[in-house]
Structure formats: structure tokens, C-alpha cells
Write a protein that binds this ligand. Structure first.
Ligand code: PLP
Length: 457
């Protein structure tokens, strides 16, 4: 595969590889919610990359803060120096985090943040003399990261399967996909039904063997912005307390404002025992993530031989300077409020598309974490045959039209198809048409293609 860059004149065989042989155009520049490739084609970034670029691209305030830090000290290893940028960001995160979460451990991404949660939970159990606690219960479907520890608690078959023999199998319970249920229960009762599956699993495993339960408060790409009934959140907290099991919130995607609150946990007034955050924390300006935990958990671990875990780039000054500047932008530009308002308005517009296209089975989400589910039959929510790769095809058609929505592999993974529509928190109503016009056209083309292929027969 060659890459032609008309600007640099480079035309050469690529040495780079990711998941497959398919390639994408070269990026030239990006500003706000828009991105341009080297051929001058404009795209609207309606997925904020992978739900990362929460404050939009190339904000000069963040760039200036990062430059200022680079000029002061580009790197300071945490075992040699502490740095102001990391100290300040830790302080500010502790102020925003729910309840007693006040100790911050920096990492460079979501998988590292989740790995850190697993290791802290384990070392806390050891510090308390509960060495028999080794299991982390999670949900299926779910995504918690690509490193082997995070993958072991991930409920996504295609990524999990090749490595299954190398990992310790961790128990999973069904995610609360209430929108698929066709029973006579109320939403409240459904929330309790799914939460009680955790209790059943704890009892099955033996409560004394379980370290924790990990969940995304609003599902990410795995479930398509899945929001559970309110009763679910409270009951899960109650069950974890009852059995002395740590509740871990994976806010890698939901954290840093995407759902309209700085942490999604705030929507239900729940304080988890440990929380992971990444993506929006430095909003794509630098690789950054964090684990946040209370002193009641961190203290015993530090006093019991220390926290045996860490990464070279932890607390990187430039990444933390970016994180601080991103927080400033969120506050100065009132972006939490905009995520709430624009999120509700965009969700309503996507709902109108559902009136036009029977292929849309559900529109869901919170703030600007939104998803559109594609189905064969809206009444029964019967999925489209996975052989058609409907969601992936929609993403490709939209991309050709200059609309970036979030891709997810369908085959062999989850039931059904969905796409994520998650523009930066800076999106304004007058930019909605740049999303909705190409999306409407792409849905029309997809529906025609699938009809021809007999997908609805
Ligand atoms: N947890 C959740 C909920 C995620 O959505 C992701 C990434 O999509 C991760 C963990 C892993 O993050 P990263 O890709 O930064 O390692």
C-alpha cells in the first residue's frame, strides 16, 4: 500500500500497520469539529475520534499550555521529581470526583487505567488479609481494554477469543439490555432484575473469592450507549456493599464530561470504590488516563508494601498540562451544559431519522454519548443478519460523504448492529446539518443495499 502526500511529495510504501490491510487517507489538519485530509476533503468528526476529542480539535489554549510546559520541563520521571502539572490535575480531579474518591494515579490510556484498577483491588484485598479474593465480575457485552488483564474482564468475543487460553477466565453477567426485553416488567423492575444477576453470580462464585465488579455507567461502543434504569445503579451499589466487593466504574469513555456531567456516576449519585478515566481527560491532545480511588483503599495498600504497579509515562508533565488546559476549556466554555443541551437536541434529531428509516430500531444515550441501533424489524428488534455487516457498512458510506461516526465490528461479537454518534462537546446546533444530511443519505443508501441483498426478507 502506498501513501501519496501531495503536500510533502512523499509517495512510498507504508511501513505502518494496525488491525488490517485497509488504509485511511492522510490527515492534514483539524479544527473544532472538522478535519481535512491531504486532498483537501473535509470531514465532520461526529465521533470525536474514538469518543476522545471532547473539546474539539486544535484549541489554541491547550496548545499554548502544552508548549509552555514543554519549554519548562518536557519530562520528569516520577521517581525523580514530582511536577506541578500532575499535582494540580490530581487535585482538580479529586475535587470533581464523586464522594471520597480523592487519590489519583496517572497512566497513559484507558487500558492502563483499567489494569491499574484490577491491581489496586487485588492489592487492597491482600492488605486486608483476603488473599482468596481473585475474581473481577464484569458484563457481557463490554469493553475494558486491549491489554491482557483488561481483556480478561472484557466481554467481546472476537478480541477475547485468540487469547482466552492465556488468560484467567473472569466471570461475566449480562449487560442490562432492557430495550430488547419484551416482558411485562416495568423499567424499574427490569433494572432490579439485571442488577440481581450480580448477586446470583457472586453467590455462585463464592463471595469470599470476588474482588470487584466493573461496569461502564453508560455503555460505550460494546453496547451502544446503553443506559440502565435508575434502579440498576442503586441496587448494584447495595449488592457490592453487602458482599464487601469493590464497585469499579470504567469511565474511560463516559468521564470528562461526555454525558453532560464531569463523571457519569453523578447522574445517579453513586460513588464507586475505584474509577478509571481516560479518553476525554486530555481530549486527544496527549495520551492520558487516571485511576481515582479513596484513601481508605489506597492507604492500606501503600502501608502494606506499597502499590506494586506503574508506568514510565505516569504523570507525564506535558500530558497533565494538556489535562489541566482541557479542564479550563470545559469550564470557560461551559461545555458540560452544552453536552447536555446539544446532546438532547441531537438525540431528538436522530429520533426523527428513525421516523423516516424503519431500519433504525433504537436511538439512545446520555449527553453526547449517543448510539443508533440498526435492526431488521423494529417491533421485535430482530437484528440484521451479521453477514451484511450493516453498521460497518453505514460507517463506510458515511465516511465517503465526509461524516465520521464510530465503527464497531459486528460479526461474531455482539448481537445486532449500532453506530455511535458522539461529536465534540463544542458542537453547535447550526453544525447539526453537517451530521444529519450525510447521515440521512447514508441510511437511505444502506437501506436500499440491504433490501437488494434480501436482508429484510
Ligand atoms: N474502557 C472503555 C470503556 C473504553 O471505551 C476503552 C476504549 O475504547 C478502554 C477502556 C480502553 O482504552 P484505551 O483504548 O485507551 O486503552
Amino acid at each position: 500500500m502506498t501513501h501519496d502526500n501531495p503536500k510533502t511529495g512523499h509517495n512510498r510504501e507504508s511501513r505502518l500497520f494496525y488491525q488490517s490491510r485497509s488504509r485511511r487517507p492522510l490527515i492534514d489538519h483539524a479544527k473544532g469539529v472538522y478535519m481535512w485530509d491531504v486532498d483537501g476533503k473535509r470531514y465532520i468528526d461526529a465521533s470525536s475520534g474514538a469518543m476522545v476529542s471532547n473539546i474539539g480539535h486544535s484549541d489554541p489554549r491547550v496548545i499554548a499550555a502544552m508548549n509552555a510546559q514543554l519549554e519548562k520541563a518536557s519530562f520528569a520521571y516520577r521517581l525523580h521529581f514530582e511536577n506541578d502539572a500532575a499535582e494540580n490535575l490530581a487535585f482538580r480531579l479529586a475535587e470533581r470526583a464523586p464522594g471520597d474518591l480523592e487519590r489519583v494515579f496517572f497512566v497513559s490510556g484507558g487500558s492502563e487505567a483499567v489494569e491499574s484498577c484490577i491491581k489496586l483491588a487485588r492489592q487492597y484485598a491482600l492488605a486486608k488479609g483476603q488473599a482468596q479474593r481473585t475474581k473481577i465480575i464484569s458484563r457481557f457485552p463490554s469493553y475494558h481494554g486491549s491489554t491482557l488483564g483488561a481483556l480478561a474482564i472484557t466481554g467481546y468475543t472476537p478480541m477475547h477469543a485468540p487469547f482466552a487460553p492465556m488468560m484467567v477466565d473472569q466471570p461475566k453477567i449480562p449487560a442490562p439490555t432492557c430495550y430488547l426485553d419484551r416482558d411485562d416488567l416495568s423499567n424499574h423492575e427490569r433494572g432490579l432484575k439485571y442488577a440481581n444477576m450480580l448477586e446470583a453470580e457472586i453467590l455462585k462464585q463464592g463471595p469470599e473469592t470476588v474482588l470487584g465488579f466493573i461496569m461502564e455507567p453508560v455503555g460505550g461502543a460494546a453496547t451502544g450507549a446503553l443506559v440502565a434504569p435508575d434502579s440498576y445503579y442503586a441496587r448494584i451499589r447495595e449488592i457490592c456493599d453487602q458482599y464487601g466487593i469493590l464497585l469499579i466504574y470504567d469511565e474511560v469513555m463516559t468521564g470528562a464530561g461526555r454525558t453532560g456531567k464531569y463523571f457519569a456516576a453523578e447522574h445517579w449519585g453513586i460513588t464507586p470504590d475505584i474509577l478509571a478515566v481516560s479518553k476525554g481527560l486530555a481530549a486527544g491532545y496527549a495520551p492520558l488516563g487516571a485511576m481515582i480511588a479513596p484513601d481508605r483503599i489506597v492507604g492500606p495498600v501503600l502501608d502494606h508494601g506499597g502499590f506494586i504497579h506503574g508506568y514510565t509515562y505516569a504523570g507525564n508533565p506535558m500530558a497533565c498540562a494538556a489535562g489541566n488546559a482541557v479542564l479550563d476549556v470545559i469550564d470557560e466554555d461551559n461545555l458540560l451544559e452544552n453536552a447536555t443541551q446539544s446532546g438532547a437536541a441531537l438525540k431528538a434529531e436522530l429520533g426523527k431519522l428513525a421516523d423516516e428509516f424503519p431500519i433504525i430500531g433504537d436511538v439512545r444515550g446520555l449527553g453526547l454519548l449517543l448510539a443508533v441501533e440498526l435492526v431488521k424489524d423494529r417491533e421485535t428488534m430482530e437484528p440484521i443478519d451479521p453477514k451484511h455487516l450493516a453498521a460497518a457498512r453505514l460507517v463506510d458510506i458515511a465516511y465517503d460523504k465526509g461524516l465520521i461516526i464510530y465503527w464497531r465490528r459486528t460479526r461474531g461479537g455482539y448481537r445486532g448492529d449500532h453506530v455511535m454518534v458522539c461529536p465534540p462537546m463544542t458542537i453547535t446546533h447550526d453544525q447539526f446539518d453537517d451530521i444529519l444530511i450525510p447521515l440521512r443519505a447514508a441510511l437511505g443508501e444502506l437501506q436500499d443495499e440491504l433490501t437488494l441483498a434480501g436482508a429484510f426478507a
